[in-house]
Design a protein around this ligand. Structure first.
Ligand code: ZN
Length: 489
């Protein structure tokens, strides 16, 4: 018997967590989770309640299988540890390394990045309950570095296509999901019966720099259920020459003597932007200026990227063979301390500056904007989604003046945005992936596809597209939060 309880990413895009209960033919029981991520969309206090709410008893959890290191997939693992989870965590090595960076950052902040661990310590649960009445109040971090330390000691890592067992009768295999470094989709096999279940995790976009495209897998012969993300289940990514677009923006800004300021997410996005900028400079297509990376988190992830050339795609391998790794360059300066961070604001020379946070709701970027946002020579370039309520969104929507750390700053810099950086597959790639899983399945077999990790419109549109394409050969299901479904009797 295998059942799943949906503990997150149901009808929303964050909080991925599936609780699976397995009973082996010999009657032994085994409980495991596929991912345990944080909810990141919603009002602050409700997020705290959601993230600390456990659908199952963590003490009864035997292990966690982790697809990738984004906070909405790994962020609640140290909390499970804090609440009594004592088992192992299985992932790829790159996922383990990046997850540590992400979880330690999470331990220092709440999911909005406003709250320090020190401050969190003085808030007790009674205050949290009172705070429930308002969305303006701070709330505690879910865990500290102590729980992250314990969590890190529990990891056991495997390579793509290296089969391993989490229970004598349950085999697991990671395959390249092409989403971020180390990301995997997961194939579970019950060894005695041959039955198989596949979880997509997050699937990547095609033709991204650095990592491989998502693997289109051969049909698992015992396939009964597919769990697929549907973030862009109703969208087709525009075909844009990203490097050329970045070149135009950078060239214009540097030629007029301005600074190009790029707020960026730390995992994957910052490294992709660096990749293109270094390429452009090496090829002489933009001026030779310093590229400052002022994000300790992004710098750590860059370092991890450099440690895993075995995960690179053909393009970057080729460049390395030609001694031109786009992640290493003389003009790329990593700023370690806040002192170094401050020194770059004392000159007015053209440069490129990459700093977090990606939506301007915290991080070192706020210091830089106080110096540079009111200068029309500069460009503020958005390379990621700006959620409602963030400073990034306010600026993008045309605010003439904004408050940053208590100071009013005029928005005079040029504004640009590049929407083509997407770490997620669009509907075509998602469909091809399902098609690939189904291609050699006998006619009479009709697997169930769970539509996960998407807003209502995206999930339902993708479900309809699948059912239309496969006629009766597929059943789709759109689960609710905390719902339990028996997959194998
Ligand atoms: Zn992800």
């Amino acid at each position: 018997m295998l059942s799943v309880t949906f503990c997150g990413a149901t009808r929303t895009v964050t909080g991925s967590q599936y609780f699976l209960e397995y009973t082996a033919p010999d009657g032994s029981k085994f409980n495991f989770c596929l991912d345990s991520g944080m909810f990141q969309v919603g009002q602050k206090i409700n997020l705290y309640k959601l993230n600390s709410y456990m659908v199952f008893d963590p003490k009864k959890l035997d292990c966690i299988v982790l697809t990738h290191a984004h906070l909405d997939h790994c962020g609640r693992i140290p909390y499970l540890v804090k609440m009594g989870f004592g088992g192992k965590i299985y992932s790829t090595e790159a996922t383990r390394q990046i997850a540590e960076v992400v979880m330690r950052d999470s331990a220092r902040h709440n999911s909005d990045g406003y709250l320090s661990q020190d401050f969190a310590g003085i808030i007790d649960s009674k205050i949290v309950q009172e705070a429930d009445q308002t969305t303006e109040t701070v709330f505690p971090a879910l865990y500290t570095d102590v729980e992250v330390d314990t969590t890190m000691g529990r990891f056991k890592t495997f390579e793509y296509k290296q089969k391993f067992t989490i229970h004598p009768n349950l085999q697991v295999e990671f395959r390249d999901a092409g989403h971020i470094l180390g990301s995997a989709f997961v194939i579970f096999t019950e060894l005695s019966s041959g039955k198989q279940v596949v979880f997509s995790g997050d699937l990547g976009n095609e033709h991204k720099p650095i990592i491989e495209d998502p693997e289109m897998p051969a049909t698992p012969p015992g396939l009964t259920h597919i769990f697929t993300e549907t973030t862009y289940g109703n969208r087709t990514h525009p075909k844009v020459d990203t490097k050329q677009h970045l070149r135009e923006i950078a060239k214009k800004t540097l030629r007029r003597g301005g600074k190009l300021i790029i707020p960026s997410f730390s995992v994957e996005r910052a490294q992709e932007v660096i990749y293109y900028l270094v390429e452009l400079m090496r090829e002489g297509k933009i001026d030779q200026v310093p590229i400052f990376l002022d994000s300790p988190m992004a710098s750590k992830v860059l370092e991890i990227c450099l440690q895993h050339p075995e995960l690179y795609d053909e393009e970057i391998r080729q460049k390395i063979a030609e001694h031109a790794n786009p992640l290493i360059y003389k003009n790329l300066k990593i700023l370690e301390t806040t002192h170094e961070s401050k020194t770059i604001n004392s000159n007015n020379k053209p440069c490129i500056l990459i700093a977090g946070s990606g939506m301007l709701n915290g991080g070192r970027i706020l210091k830089h904007l106080q110096f540079h946002l009111d200068n029309p020579l500069n460009t503020l370039l958005f390379v990621g989604y700006q959620a409602e309520g963030t400073l990034g969104r306010k600026i993008l929507e045309g605010a003439e003046e904004v408050e940053i750390e208590g100071r009013m700053i005029e928005v005079l810099a040029q504004l640009e945005s590049m929407n083509e950086f997407s770490a997620h597959a669009d509907r075509r790639i998602l469909k091809n992936w399902v098609l690939s899983l189904m291609s050699d399945l006998p006619e009479e077999k009709a697997p169930t596809v769970f539509l996960m990790h998407g807003e209502k419109e995206a999930s339902l549109a993708f479900g309809k597209e699948l059912e239309d394409s496969f006629l009766s050969r597929i059943k789709t299901y759109w689960p609710r939060f905390a719902e339990r479904v028996v997959m194998w009797e």
